[in-house]
Design a protein. Structure first.
Length: 144
């Protein structure tokens, strides 16, 4: 074979596959960069949203703790049937915050620390000290 019978080779600059391959590579890199940057932005947005949600949840939890008595030992509520006679049953309701144990003297029903617990009591004799009314002075009952 001689050199005259071979077809002339095209220059690499004139080959369309080179240009189209280069163009496809550039477009692929651009699309890849767009997908990567959107992924990073979405991840950052999700982190900010979860941090904001955690902060709101913490604030709501702190508000609930303060409403339920904070970190101090406290009797939040205490009420009972206004008047009962010997042999009758009554309900005593109470709420405490941060108590480890609760004891109601003179009754056998089990009680425990709670934010709202009502128990039925049945007194056998009059109490020694009444609960004072607002604005009234407390006078103890005579001992029996």
């Amino acid at each position: 074979m001689d050199a005259a019978s071979q077809p002339p080779q095209k220059s690499i600059v004139k080959n369309p596959y080179v240009y189209s391959s280069f163009l496809i590579l550039v477009v692929s890199l651009y699309v890849g960069w767009i997908l990567y940057s959107r992924h990073q932005d979405n991840r950052a947005y999700d982190q900010r949203a979860s941090q904001a949600q955690a902060k709101k949840q913490h604030q709501a939890d702190q508000a609930v703790i303060e409403q339920l008595g904070g970190s101090d030992l406290a009797i939040q509520m205490l009420y009972a049937t206004p008047e009962i006679n010997r042999g009758e049953a009554a309900q005593v309701c109470f709420g405490v915050a941060n108590a480890k144990t609760v004891t109601l003297q003179g009754q056998s029903s089990p009680v425990w620390p709670s934010h709202n617990l009502c128990v039925e009591v049945k007194p056998v004799k009059q109490p020694l000290t009444p609960l004072p009314r607002p604005g009234a002075t407390a006078k103890p009952f005579p001992k029996m």
